[in-house]
Design a protein around this ligand. Structure first.
Ligand SMILES: [Zn+2]
Length: 262
């Protein structure tokens, strides 16, 4: 059966890409969130209606709270979300299967997919919000392991497939990791730390997320937060200062955990 792969949790931050934000937009504000949506009839694919807008805002406000709770942060800056219609998204934000963010200016750009939006409680999800909250509260990440690891750990990154019959099939992070183990595709954290550019995103993102999630459970969110901005060597040094363990020991603990737990 033909399926369209939608990696909602695996969205790329095109930091240098110039997003085309030209209007017209409808603005809806609630608390510290501003949602920009296209007016009705803007393009050939549906613009969000008032019910969609309501659902999206309430889900995203909840997500900001959840991310703050999980990271023990207190992000409360204004966050702007630009929601592009499906048929214009690829041209304006380079993807129609997710979106991206500009962390420093607290902006997100996302594709409105009516099918997903009506079937899911929160089709935008937390991934981009984690980038924005962590980047503003903890500082700018120096490694892709921390940057994408956080986004996938906190959002519990999952894989979605939209089948031909319109149903959504979800693969949890745990199932995804099981598949990597079964296929002998587990990447060591020491490689995730320095070789992110050599590993395909669909392999890197979930594994970075799973390792960061394990770090948070094992050594605490506060400890993991102190590593967020550090380059590889400093990160290892800091971790040794806090835990008394060399990185290769921590890596062994993690790999043992994977073998025993999954
Ligand atoms: Zn990301």
């Amino acid at each position: 059966m033909k399926t369209n792969l939608i990696l909602l949790a695996v969205v790329i931050v095109f930091s240098s890409f110039k997003y085309d934000l030209s209007g017209p937009w409808n603005l809806t504000r609630q608390e510290n969130l501003v949602l920009y949506t296209r007016p009705e009839g803007f393009s050939k694919t549906p613009s969000p209606d008032s019910a969609d807008i309501c659902k999206i805002i309430s889900a995203q406000l909840q997500d900001i709270k959840k991310v703050n709770q999980m990271l023990k942060t207190s992000f409360n800056k204004e966050l702007r979300i630009y929601l592009f219609n499906y048929d214009e998204a690829r041209e304006k934000i380079r993807t129609n299967a997710g979106g991206g963010a500009k962390v420093k200016i607290c902006e997100m750009y996302f594709t409105f997919n009516k099918d997903l939006a009506s079937k899911m409680d929160d089709f935008i999800g937390m991934h981009e919000i984690v980038h924005i909250v962590a980047g503003n509260e903890l500082g700018y990440p120096s490694t892709v392991l921390m940057n994408e690891g956080y986004a996938n750990a906190v959002s519990n990154g999952y894989k979605l497939r939209l089948s031909e019959d319109g149903s959504i099939q979800r693969t949890t992070l745990e199932q995804w990791m099981n598949d990597f183990i079964a296929n002998n595709q587990i990447i060591k954290p020491s490689e995730l730390l320095i070789k992110s550019d050599k590993i395909p995103e669909h392999v890197f993102y979930p594994q970075a997320g799973y390792f960061v999630k394990w770090m948070m459970n094992m050594y605490g969110v506060e400890t993991t937060n102190t590593l967020y901005t550090l380059k590889p060597q400093k990160l290892k040094k800091k971790l040794f200062l806090i835990t008394g363990k060399e990185f290769n020991i921590i890596e062994k603990e993690y790999l043992n955990y994977l073998i025993n737990k999954l």
